[in-house]
Design a protein around this ligand. Sequence first.
Ligand code: SAM
Ligand code: SF4
Length: 331
Amino acid sequence: MNMIDPFGRTISYLRVSVTDRCDFRCTYCMAEDMAFLPKKDLLSLEELDRLTTVFVEKGVKKLRLTGGEPLVRKNIMHLVRQISRHLESGALEELTLTTNGSQLSRFAAELADCGVRRINVSLDTLDAQKFHTITRWGHLDRVMAGIDTAQAAGLKIKINAVALKGFNDAELPELMRWAHGRGMDLTVIETMPMGEIDEDRTDQYLPLSLVRAGLERQFTLTDIPYKTGGPARYVEVAETGGRLGFITPMTHNFCESCNRVRLTCTGTLYMCLGQDDAADLRAPLRASEGNELLSNAIDEAIGRKPKGHDFIIDRNTRRPAVSRHMSVTGG
Ligand code: SAM
Ligand code: SF4
C-alpha cells in the first residue's frame, strides 16, 4: 500500500500548503502586489482533512502544514485538531508546521495540545528595522513574543533563515548564537528561483558553501548524521553546542533521497518543488464520496515523480525555474 516512485523512493512525507495568502510579503518570496488564488478554488478544511487522511492511509508518516502563512487560514486549528486523530491512532508519526511566527502567541498552546511537538519558524534577522525591510509587513517584536509563547508551551523550535547576500550574511553568527542559546536549531537555506519577485535574484543569491566557509573561520563545525526527515544536512557547532543545518538546493542536489510531495490549497499535487508537473486531486476528490478515484489519482501522480529539479540562478537565466511562488507550494 506504500507509495513508491519510479526511482524507488518511498513517499512518506506530505507538505500541505493550506493557503497561499500571507500577512508578510518577504522580498525573496513574494512580489508586494501579489495575485492570490481565487477563494472559490480553495479546498474546504473538510476536503483538506479528507485528502490528508487518504495520504496517511497510503503511508504518509510525517505531515507539515505550510503556506503562505498557515496560521492565517480561517479556522486552521479545526484542521489541526482533525488531523491530530491520526497522531493518536499512531498512523501518523509527526504533525508539524512552518510559520512566520506572527500568530504564534495566539495559537502555540493549542498546537501543543493537538500533539504538535516541533515547529519551524522562519526568521532571517534579529534587527527590527531589517526585519521590517525584508518582510515588508512584519514586526519582529510579534514574532519574538510568538517564539516565547511557543517555547513556554513546550514546542521545540527550529529557526529557518534564508541566506541573503549583503543582507544577513554578516549577521548569521549572531543569529546562530541566539538560536542555540535558546535551545533552538538553526537551518540556513539558499534562495530558490521560484516565481517573479520585484528584485533580481542574482543579487540575493548566496551559495551556502560560502556561508559555511565564513562560519568555519569563527566556529568548529563537525558533520553529523542527524536527520529530521527534511533535506537539511547538519553540523554540530562546538562553541555553542547547538546544531546548524544547511539546505542547499542550488549548490548540492539533494533529490536522490527525496521522500516528499506537496499539496496546494486547491488540491494540486506537486511531485517536485522545482518542476511544473502537477496532478489535480480536486476533481477526483469531488467526483465521488468514496476515496478510490482519489487513491488512483495519487498513485498515478507518484508514478511520474521526477528524478529531481534543475534550479539555476545566474545572469543568463533571468526567468524563475518555475513560475509559481514558494507560497503556493510552501517551504
Ligand atoms: N509563511 C511561512 C514561513 O515563512 O515560514 C511558511 C511558508 S514559507 C514559503 C516557507 C519557507 O520558505 C520560509 O522559511 C521562507 O523563508 C522560505 N522561502 C520562501 N521563498 C523562498 C525562495 N524563493 N527560496 C528559498 N526559500 C524561500
Ligand atoms: Fe509569507 Fe512565508 Fe513567503 Fe514570507 S516566506 S512572504 S512569511 S509565505
